[in-house]
Design a protein around this ligand. Structure first.
Ligand code: FAD
Length: 464
C-alpha cells in the first residue's frame, strides 16, 4: 500500500520549486499562501502544499488575496468575474478552518507585510512576466523561504522542455509520453491547526458578501461593462459548464468546434484563466466518462492540454511573447518584405475598437468581443489576421490585437492569448505560398469563412 507521505510526494512531484534560499522560520505564526493564479479551493496544489507544510511545522495556514485598482487591466468586466469567484473560494477555504484575507494592496507590498510573521511563503504559478516578477521581488525582499507550486498545467513546462518549442506536434509527442505520470488526483488535506479565529486587524482588509458593493468600493475602469449575462464567475459555474460540455457537447466537439454559429466548445477559458477550475480536474472528469482514444476527446485534449501548455512554454521561455519581436525570424522577414505593399484599407485603433470597418464579419467578431467578453476561436483567428491587412505595419497590428484582446476578453491577459495572436503572425506555423501584405504568413479570407460555416447566421447574432 502506498504510504501517506509517498502519496503526498507524488501529488507535488515536479511541481514545487524554491524561489529563494532563505530559511523557514519555525518561530513564525503561520504558513502564508499568497493566492493569485489558482483562485480555487479544490485541486489547488499550492493550497494543499501550504497545508502540508503547516501541518509538519504545527502551524496554521493563512491565505491572502490582494486586490488593487492600480493594475493595468483593472476594469469592471474582469473584476466582477474575479470577485464572484473569489468570494465563493473564500467561503470554501474558510469552511476548512483556514483564514482567508482579501486585502486592498498590491501583490508585492501585501505579501511582504504578511511575510513578516510567516514561517514561509507559498505562491501558485503564473507564466506571465509581470506576475513572475512580483514573486521574484517578494522572494528577494522577504526574510523567509518562498516556494512556488505549479497548479496551472498538467505537465510542468520545465519537466517537458528547457526551451521554447516551435511546433505543436513536438509538444504533443513529448506530452503523450509522460501524461499518465501527472494524471494524479489532488487530495484534500485538513489543517491540524485552524486559523479562522486568528485576529488580523488590517485597515485594508475588505469584507464583502455582496459583489456589487465590492465593485463599487474599487476605483476601477467602469467603461468596460461586466458580462454576467454571458459568463458568471466562480468554480460552481465552471463545473456546471464542464458537466454540460461532457454530457451534451463533447460527442460533437471535433466536427463542430470550428463553427461559431453553434455552441459546441466548453466556454471554460475565462474560468481556466482565473484559475477557478483546474485543467487537471477537467481532464480527469472527461476521462471518467469517455475513452481516451475517442476522436472528440483527443481533439479536446489537443486544445486544452497541447495548445494551452504550449502557450505556457512560449511565455516561459520567450521574453518577447507579447510583442511582435517574439514571432519567428522567417515570419518577421516575410512580413517586412511586404510592408510597402498597398493596403486597401487602413483603420485607426478607434475605428477598430468601435467595429467600424467595411468588413461586416470582422465587425461582428469585434462586437462579439465587446458584448460577450469572448470571441469564438475560429473568428478570433480571422479577427487578428485582418489587422495585418488593415494597419501600416505588422508591429502595429500585433499591438492592437493584444490591446483589444487584453482589454475586452474575459480570458485575455493569458498565455493562450499571446500564443494565439503570435500564431496569427506565423508562430508555431510554417511558411505558406507568398502573397501580398502577408508574404508567407498564412492568410484567411472571408470566403474561407463562408466555406466553413453559415457565416450569415453568425452575422445575425452580432450585427443589429
Ligand atoms: C487571436 C487569438 C487570440 C486568442 N486569445 C485567447 C485568450 O486571450 N485567452 C484564451 O484562453 N484563449 C485565447 N485564444 C485561444 C482560443 O481561441 C480560446 O482558448 C478558445 O476559443 C476558448 O474557448 P473555449 O473555452 O470554449 O475553448 P474549447 O474549444 O472548449 O477548448 C478548451 C480549452 O482549451 C484551451 N484552448 C483552446 N484553444 C486554444 C488555443 N488555440 N490555444 C491555446 N489554448 C487553447 C483553452 O484553455 C480552452 O478553454 C486565442 C486564439 C487566437 C487565434
Amino acid at each position: 500500500m502506498i504510504s501517506f507521505i509517498a502519496m503526498l510526494e507524488k501529488m507535488f512531484e515536479e511541481r514545487v520549486i524554491r524561489l529563494n534560499h532563505k530559511p523557514e522560520d519555525i518561530e513564525g505564526s503561520y504558513v502564508l499562501y499568497c493566492m493569485e493564479a489558482s483562485q480555487r479551493e479544490d485541486f489547488n496544489h499550492a493550497l494543499e502544499f501550504s497545508i502540508y507544510k503547516a501541518n509538519s511545522l504545527k502551524k496554521p495556514v493563512l491565505v491572502a488575496f490582494f486586490i488593487t485598482d492600480k493594475y493595468k487591466f483593472s476594469n469592471q468586466r474582469y473584476y466582477r468575474f474575479m470577485i464572484e469567484g473569489i468570494l465563493k473560494t473564500k467561503e470554501r477555504i474558510e469552511s476548512r478552518g483556514i483564514k482567508f484575507l482579501i486585502l486592498k494592496d498590491d501583490f508585492v507590498n501585501g505579501s511582504l507585510k504578511l511575510s513578516k510573521n510567516a514561517c514561509l511563503v507559498v505562491f501558485d504559478r503564473n507564466y506571465l512576466k509581470t506576475q513572475r516578477a512580483w514573486r521574484r521581488k517578494v522572494s528577494d525582499l522577504c526574510d523567509v523561504a518562498t516556494y512556488e507550486v505549479e497548479s496551472d498545467v498538467l505537465v510542468p513546462v520545465e519537466y517537458l522542455y528547457q526551451k521554447s518549442v516551435p511546433y505543436a506536434y513536438l509538444y504533443r509527442n513529448a506530452l503523450e509520453k509522460v501524461l499518465d505520470r501527472f494524471l494524479v488526483e489532488v487530495d484534500t488535506l485538513q489543517p491540524e491547526i485552524k486559523s479562522n479565529d486568528l485576529d488580523f486587524n488590517f485597515e485594508n482588509q475588505l469584507n464583502f458578501d455582496n459583489v456589487e458593493d465590492f465593485i463599487n468600493s474599487l476605483n476601477i475602469d467602469k467603461s468596460v461593462k461586466s458580462v454576467e449575462n454571458f459568463y458568471k464567475g466562480g468554480s460552481d459555474e465552471a463545473y456546471r459548464l464542464l458537466k454540460d460540455f461532457i454530457e451534451r457537447k463533447l460527442p460533437f466537439y471535433k466536427e463542430k468546434r470550428n463553427d461559431p454559429t453553434t455552441d459546441y466548445t466548453s466556454n471554460l477559458s475565462p474560468y481556466l484563466h482565473f484559475g477557478q477550475i483546474s485543467p487537471l480536474k477537467v481532464v480527469l472528469e472527461v476521462f471518467k466518462s469517455y475513452d481516451r482514444e475517442d476522436e472528440n476527446v483527443k481533439s479536446f485534449i489537443n486544445e486544452l492540454v497541447v495548445w494551452r501548455e504550449l502557450s505556457r512554454n512560449f511565455c516561459w521561455y520567450n521574453p518577447y511573447y507579447n510583442q511582435y519581436e517574439g514571432i519567428p525570424t522567417w515570419a518577421k522577414e516575410t512580413l517586412e518584405n511586404h510592408v510597402s505593399d498597398k493596403r486597401e484599407y487602413i483603420y485607426s485603433l478607434q475605428e477598430l475598437e468601435d467595429a467600424k470597418t467595411h468588413d461586416e464579419y470582422w465587425n461582428a467578431a469585434q462586437k462579439e468581443l465587446i458584448i460577450t467578453g469572448k470571441i469564438h476561436n475560429y473568428m478570433r483567428m480571422y479577427w487578428a489576421k485582418k489587422l495585418i491587412e488593415w494597419t501600416e505595419h505588422p508591429k502595429k497590428a500585433f499591438d492592437i490585437a493584444c490591446y483589444l484582446n487584453d482589454k475586452y476578453a474575459l480570458d485575455g491577459r493569458d498565455p493562450n492569448g499571446y500564443g494565439g495572436i503570435s500564431w496569427c503572425f506565423g508562430s508555431f506555423d510554417r511558411p505558406w505560398q507568398e502573397r501580398k501584405i502577408f508574404g508567407k504568413v498564412r492568410y484567411m479570407s472571408d470566403k474561407s469563412l463562408a466555406k466553413k460555416f453559415d457565416v450569415k447566421n453568425y452575422l445575425r447574432r452580432f450585427v443589429k
